[in-house]
Design a protein around this ligand. Sequence first.
Ligand code: CUA
Length: 177
Amino acid sequence: MALTPPSERIWWKEPIAKIELTWIAIAFCWGLIMFFMMIYWHGAGEQNLSNEAYRIKPEVFAEKAQAMIDEYTVREEEGFPVVHPPPGSDVYLIARLWMWWPILELEKDQSYRLHLSSMDWQHGFSLQPVNINIQVHPGYDLVMTIKPDVAGEYGVVCNEFCGIGHHQMVSKLYVVE
Ligand code: CUA
């Protein structure tokens, strides 16, 4: 805020310096390049996940997840079912206060349709150490076609603050050979 009024009151009619115009043009062109790179990277860079989103009622999502759990649970870990669904199938991961349910075990180099949804409010699916981050909302079924290419044990953490138990909302995801 200026303490004194400008000497030239019609300041917006002042001619723009050539150097400033040049920078505006450069910034605009760079913005355009980056915009089209987003589309380019989607295909060529394999950086952006191709995802789909559908409306779904939490109880309907929970039913689908439970059907998968009932059919393909292979063992339990600390009270959590570890589910090994067949390659190519639809797999479901529920986010809720304050857990991920169930633990998924996927096969390397096989593709799956991974469905994410929340039973209550907003959570964040964060897969570590690969650093894939997805918002998880109640009422929406977010679907990604994934093909894990490195076997191992991955960490799943919630990266959206969701209340008192947020820091405990951690889980695992296995990729096996
Ligand atoms: Cu769920 Cu933070």
